[in-house]
Design a protein around this ligand. Structure first.
Ligand SMILES: NC(=O)c1ccc[n+]([C@@H]2O[C@H](COP(=O)([O-])OP(=O)(O)OC[C@H]3O[C@@H](n4cnc5c(N)ncnc54)[C@H](O)[C@@H]3O)[C@@H](O)[C@H]2O)c1
Length: 307
């Protein structure tokens, strides 16, 4: 297929573009920042440009990953978020419909499900980890989440009114940079990321695979929304224990973790405040992340043996 990929110069885009080509798609990258994956340098907020790109490249499918996201809150005002994340998404959806594009995949975020109360976790008085599914009520806490939710709603509207097949992926974190400190372990970014794979992270390769699957399945699904995150080992019945004593819960599932972590000088978070549940994606999209916390432990085990 001829695919328009927005955000092609970004972290996800740079992994997703080659993955798309590897399975035979022709990719046209659109981004405000130039890179080897970006054929067209410009903004999704520019309606005329979006129209031209879709027309000139006879685009058959759109993967819309370009966005201002959480780290950009420091550098851009609210209007910029609305222009890029809301108007940009509307431009792509409407031009897709006008020019007969057959499918649309939107990269959303689990961040929009986190209100201040959930984020406050145990310190804010939470008695149990929040178990988050696609049906959980949402109240985004910042302009990033608000504009991503608005974009999801536009996807829903355009699907309903025009029938455009749309799959929206609420991905959890896959960024490589250091954490925003909500859960961070000061000494080790690697340790933080390993812990997060239990409940709120996936690899960028898995994020790219989820987009490939969504692209394939969009016409058959018609419209759907999926949380995409590494599968958590926990069950809902453990939600209270996750808040009060996460290390004990993790040790129940992975008895070798305390020793393997201790050898590395790693620690587990004391408390886990939310679990992103990707089971709908497993059931309906036939997608499960390949890399999990168990893989991290297996790698630590190999390291330990080679010492
Ligand atoms: N990184 C994460 O952990 C994470 C988690 C959940 C969701 N997401 C979502 O995944 C997508 C990709 O994120 P990423 O981590 O690769 O971020 P990124 O910042 O590396 O990539 C986003 C890209 O979008 C581009 N962009 C910004 N404004 C644009 C505009 N007006 N027109 C066209 N392109 C524009 C940027 O230049 C950048 O290359 C985003 O939609 C983000 O909201 C990311």
């Amino acid at each position: 297929m001829r695919v328009l990929l927005t955000g092609s110069s970004g972290w996800l885009g740079r992994t997703l573009a080659p993955a798309l080509r590897a399975v035979g798609h022709q990719v046209t990258g659109l981004d405000v920042v130039a890179s080897p994956e970006t054929a067209v340098v410009g903004s999704v907020a520019d309606r005329l440009l979006v129209r031209q790109v879709i027309g000139d490249h006879a685009i058959e499918a759109v993967i819309h990953s370009g966005a201002l996201h959480k780290p950009d809150i420091e550098r851009f005002d609210r209007q910029a978020f609305v222009d890029v994340n809301v108007t940009g998404t509307l431009n792509l959806l409407e031009e897709a419909v006008a020019q007969g594009v057959g499918r649309f995949v939107f990269t959303s975020t689990t961040s929009l499900m986190i209100c201040e109360r959930i984020r406050a976790g145990a310190a804010g008085g939470a008695r149990a980890a929040e178990w988050l599914t696609e049906d959980s009520p949402v109240q985004p806490r910042n302009v990033y989440g608000i504009t991503k939710l608005a974009a999801e709603q536009l996807c829903r509207l355009v699907h309903r009114e025009h029938g455009l097949p749309v799959v929206m992926l609420r991905t959890s974190r896959f960024f490589p940079e250091a954490d925003d400190m909500a859960h961070a372990i000061a000494q080790s970014d690697e340790n933080t990321k390993a812990n997060e794979l239990l409940f709120r992270r996936l690899t960028v390769e898995d994020a790219a695979r989820a987009h490939l699957m969504a692209l394939d399945r969009a016409p058959e699904l018609g419209f759907d929304l999926f949380i995409v995150s590494a599968p958590p080992p926990f069950s809902r019945t453990e939600a209270a224990a996750l808040i009060s004593d996460a290390p004990s819960v993790v040790a129940r599932h992975f008895p070798r973790y305390p020793e393997l972590y201790a050898r590395r000088g790693w620690t587990m978070f004391d408390s886990i405040d939310r679990v992103y549940d990707p089971s709908r994606a497993a059931a309906r999209l036939d997608f499960t992340c390949r890399t999990t916390f168990a893989d991290v432990l297996a790698a630590l085990e190999v390291d330990a043996e080679s010492l």
